[in-house]
Design a protein around this ligand. Sequence first.
Ligand SMILES: Nc1ncnc2c1ncn2[C@@H]1O[C@H](COP(=O)(O)OP(=O)(O)O)[C@@H](O)[C@H]1O
Ligand SMILES: [Mg+2]
Length: 351
Amino acid sequence: MRNRKFRNGGFSFVGALIFLTIIALIIQIAVLIYDYIIQRTDDKGLIAVLMLVVIVILSLICTVIDWIRRKITIDRPVKRILEATEQIASGDFSVRLDIEGPYGRYSQYEVIMENINVLAAELGKSEVLKTDFIANVSHELKTPLAVIQNYAMLLQDEGLDGETRKRYAKTLTQAAKRLSDLITNILKLNKLENQEIKPEFEKINLTETLAQTVLSYEDWIESKKLELNCDFDDVLIVSAPSLLEIVWNNLLSNAVKFTEEGGRISVSLKAENGKAVVRISDTGCGISPETGVRIFEKFYQGDTSHAGEGNGLGLALVKKVIDILGGEISVNSAIGKGSTFTIVLKGVVNE
Ligand SMILES: Nc1ncnc2c1ncn2[C@@H]1O[C@H](COP(=O)(O)OP(=O)(O)O)[C@@H](O)[C@H]1O
Ligand SMILES: [Mg+2]
C-alpha cells in the first residue's frame, strides 16, 4: 500500500484542466457581455460601471466554484481524517476509513487515511496483546497464591503431626517456587523482547555444554525410569552460551516432563554444512497439529494435565532466543508417540 500511485503535492492534471477551462469560460463571458454592452451604448461611464458589476459577479461565481472545489477535495477528507484521529485518541481502535481513489489514483489525503487504518489496526492488536498478557499473568499468579494462602492457614493448626506439617511445607515451597519461576520467566522474556539482553558471543564447546545440561537432569530422568540416549559430534561454535542455556533447559525439561515413566529421551548433536543441528526427542504424550501451531505463544499450555508444572512461557523464551541468534527451530510430533524438537544454529567453527 505504501507504493500506491498518488497525486504529487495535491496537484491533479484533471483538476488543473477544469480550473483553466472555468477561467477561460469566465473571460469569454466577460468579453461577450462587453461586446453586447458596447453595441447598445456609447456612454463610457455606464460601460465602466456595468463592466465593474459584471466582473464582481463573475469573481463571486469563481469564488463559489473554488469554495465548492475546496469543500470536496480538501475539507471533506480532512474532516474524515480529523474524526478518525479523534476516535483513535479516545481509545477506539476499530476505526477504518473507506478509501476510494477516483480512477485508481490516490491523493495524499487517501495515503494518510490508509496509514491511519494501518495505525489503528496495529494499536488494536497491541491493545489485545496487552490485555491478554495481563489476564494471563493474573491467572498464573492467582493459582500459586491461593495454594500459599490455604496451606499457610493449614500450617497454623498446632495439632498437626510432623509428617503432615512437612507435606504442607513442601507444597508451600513448591507454590512459592512456581511464583518465582513465573516472575523470572516474565522478566527474562521482557528483557529479551526489549533487547536489554545483548547476546555475548564467544567460542564455546557445544558438545561439553550440552552434555553438562543433560547431566543436570540425571536425577529427574532416573526418578522417572527414563532411558537416555546421547549421540554427540564434537562441535565448537561461536554463540551466546547464556542464551543457549535457556533453550536446552526448556527443551530438556519439557521432554522429561511430558514423558511417562519407562519412556525414552534422545539428544543428538551433529555438524552439517557449517551449522550445528541439535535434536531433542522423547517418547512422551506428543503434540497434536492444532496444539503444535500455538506452542511458541506466550502462556500457551497444550497439555493441561501438566499445567501446574509450568507457565507456558518456556517455548516462547526458546523461540525468542533462537530468533535473536538467527537460528531455526522446528517440531515434529505425533500424539501418543512423542516429539522431536530440532534446532539449527549457525557459527560452527571446527568443520
Ligand atoms: N516435549 C513435549 N511433549 C509434549 N508436549 C510438549 C512438549 N514440549 C512442549 N509441549 C507442549 O507445548 C506447551 C508449551 O510448552 P512450554 O512453553 O514449555 O510451557 P510449559 O512447559 O510451561 O507447559 C506445553 O504446555 C505442552 O502442551
Ligand atoms: Mg516448559
